[in-house]
Design a protein around this ligand. Structure first.
Ligand code: HDD
Length: 760
């Protein structure tokens, strides 16, 4: 019996898994061969699914591979053990006094397993709890030593490993990805001179100017404390109550109500360092700097209707997209740009560069590209890496420094502090994902979970017993030295609880943002305000928000008021009697459409609809063309598995019309084949998918008789329409159809067909 059980076991490396009883073993044919051990230098794909997930980037591009290898565990071909390394004979049954008797206290194997399980969870992040991350590298375009001695910018072509975590802010760890929210964009550079964390967002401004207000902001936006609703949403009373009493949030509200709050993918959103930082060169000279990440794939967003639907069908939409892009080799890539200016220049701006609710318009200071970041490796383990990574604004390196931004000051404290609770003590820097690749030597000792084994009896400095080691680097030895220069103050420096005068101007840049948007984006902003405020139950809050909006834009306030069926209130009185005149009133770069990207369709998910009786050859030709352009084509039929084609071509449906709704795809191909079209016309899912694709302004290709599916869904097809829709491609010939379709997909969206409310 033993022998047969071993032979039938589900996993041959765990002989005891199904017990010694033959009947419990899975039937023949359902066995899984244990995966082979870690395969290096390759990525997981459909062709090599037996390889270890959590792949390695090509050699030489990710220096964190080797340090993390030290702690990687691969159990392929290994025997199950306790945490003490004792082999476990039976992992199914607890130790009992007879089969029906009580479980014995001495069962240390059971107790160790349950005890560990009981403590598997750690507190989630107070904000940015929901996130996804990836490894990669930063590559400098040029030697920036004239400006900064920061390690990543020391030579053209120099590569620095990075770990990047993207996140939403409001929702809990298990909440949906496509909430309307700010996205975190946190980059950890493992430089050879220590770790630098650039902890930014996908929006360049913030709600508040002073860290003193951060707990209030977060309490207001989080689910309301009495009933813990709503999850992953800002459309509720307490958020709008707070922001409508904080006019400094007007500018940020414009960004959060814009499509930037519903990105299509982490690979298609910008990132910003938000605050003004300093760059410092070896001579100790410093300039002011703002950091910008721009996605190579262009900035693209979802529509609100689409985001709402996706959150039901795939709450992991962005996490999956990031994972799949990297596994398929369509690596997300971003260019790092800097705006550099001097204190004298800053002193002349109409706004204060210490105010995190203000941008520096590109027209004032252009963005200079200085390098690129490529994300090319998924983590091996979500908890060990993505959950335990600790970003801290206090982590900077020689060549960089802070400014006196009062929001930044609070952050410098908060991030280190929060990890002490979240990660259980002051030694979180030793957790492998947080450990720098630069060596660590100091006299800090002990504390919970200490990993390092310090040798010798000296843990103080100065000392003579250890020859003075570890010794101070000093400024000449590349030690970190804070810039001695003070930011020129426009006021006196008495100790006060107050803010600079220009911090009181709240509307110039809110207006600048709105006025810089395209008509479509403006409509989306108005619709977002309408949606959010229509969820607010207290009319006075709605009214106050409208007053605030009116101070920024009469047009926007009016549109929102009409949408809410409310009269337009008086604008909020300005704090400054005479607001400073802004340098620019329109800044083209603030529109999402200003950065269309490289025009590639790599990483786009495209549904090829099919059913029995379909013309397989034309569908496969389009499939091949899309695949060649780096897109992710998926054949979707009423059921998964083989599809009987009319022309005898072999075709498999990867997904069903039920399990992957159409709105999860960037574009749609409708097939040729009378019988298939007849079948699809009888399937309500198909019509829904066609309508959603049209409503969300995506590209549609109808091959031959597939046109009937468009017509049945009530979609104005080109032939009948006076103004042809470039997002709808009708083709009898797959080859020319595919070409026009790829062009249409690359446009991302065809917003000219959008109406409010939607007609289709
Ligand atoms: Fe923060 C997390 C970004 C203001 C306090 N923040 C956190 C993360 C990002 C940001 C991306 C997630 C990092 C990760 O992936 O682990 N935060 C920002 C930006 C801000 C900002 C761009 C304004 C410019 N934050 C801010 C203030 C405070 C904090 C003013 C407190 C005074 N933030 C935190 C925190 C978090 C955090 C409580 C929660 C979890 C963590 O730090 O590690 O310390």
């Amino acid at each position: 019996v033993q022998d047969t059980a071993a032979a039938m076991a589900y996993n041959a490396t765990k002989a005891g898994e199904h017990g010694a009883v033959t009947g419990m073993a899975p039937a023949a044919g359902q066995h899984v061969t244990p995966p082979s051990r870690l395969v290096t230098g390759s990525t997981l794909s459909e062709a090599n699914t037996d390889q270890k997930v959590g792949t390695q980037a090509p050699e030489g591009v990710n220096a964190t591979i080797a340090p993390l290898d030290r702690v990687r565990v691969d159990s392929s071909g290994q025997v199950l053990t306790t945490n003490q390394g004792v082999r476990v004979a039976d992992n199914q049954n607890s130790l009992k006094a007879g089969t029906r008797g009580p479980v014995l206290l001495e069962d240390f194997i059971l107790r160790e397993k349950i005890t560990h399980f009981d403590h598997e969870r750690i507190p989630e992040r107070i904000v940015h709890a929901r996130g996804s991350a990836a490894h990669g590298y930063f590559e400098a375009y040029e030697d920036l030593s004239a400006l900064t001695m920061a390690a990543p910018f020391k030579a053209a072509g120099k590569r620095t490993p990075v770990f990047v975590r993207f996140s939403t802010v409001q929702g809990e760890r298990g909440s949906k990805d496509t909430a309307r929210d700010v996205r975190g964009f946190a980059v950890k550079f493992y430089t050879d001179e220590g770790n630098w964390d650039l902890v930014g967002n996908n929006m360049p401004v913030f709600f508040i100017q002073d860290a003193m207000k951060f707990p209030d902001l977060v309490h207001a936006v989080k689910p309301e404390p009495h009933h813990q609703m709503p999850q992953a949403a800002s459309a509720h009373d307490t958020f709008w109550d707070f922001v409508s009493l904080m006019p400094e949030s007007t500018h940020m509200l414009m960004w959060v109500m814009s499509d930037r709050a519903i990105p299509r993918s982490y690979a298609t959103m910008q990132g910003f360092g938000v605050h003004t930082f300093r760059l410092v060169n070896a001579a100790g000279e410093s300039v002011l700097v703002k950091f910008h990440w721009t996605p190579k794939a262009g900035t693209h967003s979802l529509t609100w209707d689409e985001a709402v639907k996706i959150s039901g069908a795939d709450p992991d939409y962005h996490r999956r997209d990031l994972w799949e892009r990297i596994e398929s080799g369509a690596y997300p890539e971003y260019e790092l740009g800097i705006q550099v200016f001097t204190e004298d220049e800053a002193a002349k701006f109409s706004f204060d560069i210490l105010d995190a609710t203000k941008i520096v318009p590109e027209e004032l200071v252009p963005i200079r590209p200085i390098g690129r970041m490529v994300l090319n490796r998924n983590p091996d383990n979500f908890f060990a890496e993505t959950e335990q990574v600790a970003f801290c604004t206090a982590h900077i390196i020689p060549g960089l420094d802070f400014t006196n931004d009062p929001l930044l000051a609070g952050r410098i404290h908060s991030y280190v502090d929060t990890q002490i609770t979240r990660l259980g003590g002051p030694n979180f820097h030793e957790i492998p994902i947080n450990a720098p690749i630069a060596t660590v030597h100091n006299n800090q000792r002990d504390g919970f979970h200490r990993q390092a084994i310090h040798r010798g009896r000296v843990s103080y400095e100065p000392n003579s017993l250890a020859g003075g080691c570890p010794f101070q680097a000093g400024a000449a030895g590349q030690g970190f030295v804070s810039v001695a220069a003070r930011l020129r103050s426009r006021e006196d420096s008495a100790k006060v609880r107050a803010k600079p005068e220009l911090f009181a101007e709240h509307y110039n840049q809110a207006r600048l943002f709105y006025e810089s948007q395209s008509p479509v984006e403006k409509s989306h902003i108005a619709a977002a305000f309408r949606f959010e405020l229509s969820k607010v139950t207290v009319p006075a809050i709605r009214e106050r928000t409208l007053a605030m909006l009116r101070s920024a834009s009469e047009e926007l306030a009016n549109r929102v008021a009409v949408g809410l069926n409310m009269p337009l209130p008086e604008p909020m009185p300005p704090v400054l009697e005479r607001a400073p005149k802004p340098e620019v009133t329109v800044s083209a770069g603030l529109s999402l459409f200003a950065r269309p990207g490289d025009g590639s369709i790599a990483g786009r998910k495209i549904m090829l609809m099919a059913a029995d009786g379909v013309m397989g050859e034309s569908l496969l030709a389009v499939h091949a063309a899309l695949f060649e352009h780096g897109a992710v084509p998926r054949v979707a039929a009423p059921r998964i598995g083989p599809v009987q084609t009319a022309d005898g071509v072999e075709l498999q449906a990867d997904v069903s019309l039920e399990n992957e709704p159409g709105f999860l795809f960037d574009a749609l191909v409708l097939p040729d084949g009378e019988a298939a079209v007849r079948d699809l016309l009888r399937d309500g899912h198909a019509a829904e998918h066609v309508r959603d694709q049209y409503r969300h302004c995506k590209a549609i290709l109808a091959l031959g008789s597939g046109l009937k599916l468009l017509q049945a869904a009530g979609i104005p097809a080109n032939a009948a329409s006076e103004e042809p829709d470039p997002g709808i491609v009708l083709a009898d010939d797959a080859e020319s159809g595919a070409e026009a379709f790829i062009h249409a997909v690359a446009q991302h969206r065809h917003f000219h067909r959008e109406t409010d409310p939607p007609m289709v």
